[in-house]
Design a protein around this ligand. Structure first.
Ligand SMILES: Cc1cc2nc3c(=O)[nH]c(=O)nc-3n(C[C@H](O)[C@H](O)[C@H](O)COP(=O)(O)OP(=O)(O)OC[C@H]3O[C@@H](n4cnc5c(N)ncnc54)[C@H](O)[C@@H]3O)c2cc1C
Length: 517
């Protein structure tokens, strides 16, 4: 019997979608290779500390505002199902997340087949068939891959197969005492690993071809996080640790078990340097595993074939009916926003649920009526930008939409901006799209260099030049962009001052609607 939805993967994303489908009474089943929910986090991160912020004490009563500081909870109406009740630690332990996800699965009653490793996926006119290692199979009209990045991405370096890998190496630092260690990869897993070895190893080199980007500067949480960069301190303060900028040309395991590595510096490409190490650990990121798909439905891959290519509706660009949820959707905002992380993709999953309802179950995107006047529309926008956790977390990716047609104005929340631009909500005479965004130069200016002139807070006249996160309202008439309005930055992220935020916005809305009807 074909289900409406086959969901593969009971990680945070698969659980979130299953809980939404369970609540909306749709027919689905989840297939999970692991023995329980959140299997990925039973092993990763290898050193067990999450880099997703868990701020329990915010001073906020409003649950939406609390979700701005809680990067681990899944979305549900049940206040018991908040991760902040599982740990007080700002950077929590992965085991606590596994415990939370198990309770979430139990409390939401999601239907999951565990110990079910899907090894083949095929498609015909009726839909998809997923077959597991034991030969059991399930049919579904639509398939949602929520399988995460389950494979280490291994760059094509000669001899790399002789090195240890982030996903399998023995993490006990005791085996690294007095050793020379090369960590390949300048991402969070690379620095997480180097940091864990600093007490024991004699020398640690972290190597990679690209410049290190700090998350606090780029505002992309997948760039190097401060919680993982003590190593940089030890490097620049001459403590035997070094960051090597360049590429590893080859790795040779020698008879005594040590390694000879040929390294090409980035800045002087012709200079090849011979380096010797006791250990080499590959920490070069992760990728989507597409191996289960047969020729009838293998999705197009992008970004070094590491991610499935998706439309603005999270659907495969080449396989109709095949959708993606979770960290896999980072293909849509790669290294820009937060779809790679729970605090981003939890809203993407909510949007996907709404897209599926709209496409296959005669649903419509939830909407609230507002008075079609500039003040009422302005107030509705101000109320939302000062509360919404979705617009805050998925900055520039999810937006609220106000549609004005004649004497009707509708307010719709958390619409993927690209899905809207792709006609997801149909056409309209007047549309306002509301997002939270950083300024154009946000990832290049040094926020700590006070010699660099910056727009100060509450400066409505220069709000468009603000670097830090602030609300942006764009107006479209018959689908064509006609104007944009920036609300001034504010120290407390409260954009509700009458003369600074409310009145200028109402004036903008009024001017845009001048030809209403
Ligand atoms: C090293 C590392 C550390 C990270 N740390 C954080 C962090 O601290 N905080 C954060 O928010 N994000 C973090 N992320 C990013 C991301 O949130 C996680 O990758 C998260 O696990 C993604 O959730 P998901 O539901 O998309 O996929 P996953 O959690 O990976 O879940 C996918 C599930 O699918 C199952 N599965 C896979 N293939 C099959 C198959 N063929 N058949 C059946 N089941 C299958 C897996 O067993 C798994 O349970 C990290 C990512 C990495 C790589």
């Amino acid at each position: 019997m074909a289900h409406d939805y086959l969901i593969i993967g009971a990680g945070p994303a698969g659980l979130q979608l299953a809980a939404s489908l369970e609540r909306s009474g749709h027919d689905y089943v989840v297939l999970e290779r692991g023995a329980g929910p959140g299997t990925f986090f039973t092993r990763f991160p290898r050193h067990r500390q999450l880099i997703s912020i868990n701020k329990v004490h915010t001073g906020y009563e409003d649950p939406e505002l609390r979700l701005r500081m809680d990067w681990n909870s899944l979305l549900s109406d049940d206040p018991e199902l908040l991760f902040t009740r599982y740990s007080e630690k700002y950077f929590p332990q992965a085991d606590d997340l596994v415990r939370y996800l198990s309770d979430f699965a139990a409390a939401t009653g999601v239907r999951v087949h565990y110990d079910t490793d899907v090894v083949r996926i095929s498609r015909d006119d009726d839909g998809f068939t997923a077959t597991d290692r034991s030969g059991r199979s399930w049919q579904g009209r639509r398939l949602v891959m929520a399988t995460g990045v389950s494979q280490l991405y291994v760059p094509p370096i000669p001899g790399i197969e002789t090195a240890e890998r982030y996903d399998t190496f023995e993490t006990d630092p005791a085996s690294f005492v007095d050793q020379q260690v090369l960590v390949i990869g300048k991402g969070n897993s690379g620095f997480e690993t180097a940091e864990a070895l600093m007490d024991k190893a004699a020398v640690i080199h972290v190597a990679g071809p690209h410049s290190i980007k700090m998350a606090w500067q780029s505002h992309y949480v997948g760039h190097l996080r401060a919680v993982n960069n003590n190593f940089l301190d030890s490097y620049q303060l001459k403590s035997q640790n070094t960051v090597l900028d360049g590429t590893v040309d080859s790795i040779e395991r020698r008879d005594d078990g040590s390694y000879r590595v040929m390294f090409r510096y980035a800045r002087t490409v012709e200079a090849l340097r011979e380096l010797f190490y006791d250990r080499v650990i590959v920490c070069t990121g992760f990728r989507f595993d597409a191996s289960a798909f047969d020729d009838s439905c293998r999705p197009a891959l992008v970004i070094n074939d590491r991610f499935p290519e998706q439309t603005p509706a999270y659907e495969s660009t080449t396989v109709p009916g095949l959708y993606f949820a979770g960290t896999l959707t980072q293909q849509r905002d790669f290294k820009k926003s937060t779809s790679g992380f729970i605090h981003g993709f939890r809203y993407g999953v909510r949007a996907l649920h709404r897209i599926l309802a709209t496409r296959y179950h005669d649903g419509t995107w939830p909407a609230e009526k507002v008075e079609p006047t500039p003040d009422a529309i302005g107030d509705a926008i101000i109320a939302r930008v000062n509360r919404s956790s979705a617009l805050w977390q998925q900055f520039g990716v999810l937006g609220d939409v106000v549609t004005v047609d004649g004497a009707t104005a509708l307010y719709q929340e958390e619409v993927p901006v690209a899905y809207l631009a792709d006609g997801g909500l149909g056409q309209a005479r007047h549309r306002f799209v509301i997002t939270l965004e950083y300024g154009e130069d946000h990832d290049t200016v040094d926020p700590f260099d006070i010699s660099i002139p910056r727009v100060v807070e509450n400066d409505a006249a220069n709000a468009h030049d603000a670097s830090y996160l602030h609300p942006v309202v764009r107006h479209y008439r018959d689908g064509t962009a006609t104007g944009v309005h920036h609300l001034a930055e504010n120290l407390d992220n409260r954009w509700n001052l009458p003369t600074v935020h409310q009145q200028p916005l109402a004036v903008f809305v009024k001017e845009c609607l001048a030809d209403v009807g």
